[in-house]
Design a protein. Structure first.
Length: 211
C-alpha cells in the first residue's frame, strides 16, 4: 500500500506541475553537458531508457533527434501526454520504473534525471542495480539527483507537497559502484529552478559506464 501511495503522490505532483517543470529546469547547463557526454558514447541507433521522462525535453528530445531509439517512462499521465506530443520521435509509456521488466543487456543507455527522489533508499538502490544489469557491456547510465542525506522528509517543491528521500553524494556513488558501474564523470552545481516558489538546490550529475 505504501508503494501505491508513493506512486499516486508522485503522479499528483507532476500532473500539477506539467509544463511548468520543463520551464523551471530548461536553463540547466549541467543537464545538457551530461547529455552531450552520453551522446559521445552512443553508437548510432542506440536503445535508451529515460526513467521519469517528464515532458520529454530536453532528454528524450535530444537523444531522439540524434537518431537513437528512446523509451520514456513516467508515473504522471499528464507528463506522458505532454511528452508524446512534444517528442513524437520517441515512445512514452505511463509506468513505474520499479515495476518495469528489464532484460539483461537490453539497453545501450539509461537516463535517470531526478526521478529517484520519491522512492525510498532500498528502492533507489534496487532500481540502479536493475538498470546496471540491463545495460550491455560498454553501456552508459546518467543519473542526476539532489545529493542530501534525508529519508522521508516532507517538503514543498515548486508549490507542491513532496516526500523526499535521497543519499549524500558519496553514498550515491557507493550505490552506483556497488551495482557494478564506474563513475566516469561527475559534476556538482547549485541550481535555482526558474519558478517563483523555487529555491537554490544542489544537483549532482553522475556519468557512469558498465565497463
Amino acid at each position: 500500500m505504501a508503494d501505491e501511495d508513493d506512486k499516486r503522490r508522485a503522479a499528483r505532483v507532476f500532473d500539477a506541475l506539467g509544463a511548468a517543470y520543463e520551464r523551471a529546469f530548461a536553463h540547466s547547463e549541467a543537464h545538457r553537458r551530461s547529455l552531450e557526454w552520453l551522446l559521445g558514447r552512443l553508437a548510432p541507433g542506440s536503445r535508451v531508457l529515460d526513467v521519469g521522462s517528464g515532458t520529454g525535453r530536453p532528454t528524450a528530445e535530444t537523444l531522439a533527434r540524434a537518431g537513437h531509439e528512446v523509451l520514456g517512462v513516467d508515473v504522471s499521465p499528464v507528463m506522458v501526454d505532454l511528452a508524446a506530443r512534444q517528442v513524437p520521435q520517441a515512445t512514452f509509456r505511463r509506468a513505474d520504473a520499479r515495476e518495469l521488466p528489464l532484460d539483461a543487456g537490453s539497453l545501450d543507455a539509461a537516463c535517470v534525471y531526478f526521478s529517484l527522489l520519491q522512492m525510498d533508499r532500498a528502492q533507489q538502490s534496487d532500481l540502479v542495480g536493475r538498470l546496471a544489469r540491463a545495460l550491455r557491456p560498454g553501456g552508459s547510465l546518467v543519473l542526476a539527483t539532489v545529493p542530501v542525506d534525508v529519508q522521508g522528509v516532507d517538503a514543498v517543491f515548486m508549490g507542491q507537497p513532496v516526500r523526499v528521500t535521497s543519499f549524500a553524494g558519496e553514498d550515491l556513488v557507493a550505490v552506483v559502484t556497488g551495482a557494478g558501474l564506474t563513475v566516469l564523470a561527475e559534476e556538482s552545481v547549485l541550481f535555482t529552478p526558474d519558478h517563483p516558489e523555487a529555491s537554490p538546490e544542489p544537483h549532482l550529475f553522475l556519468c557512469c559506464g558498465r565497463e
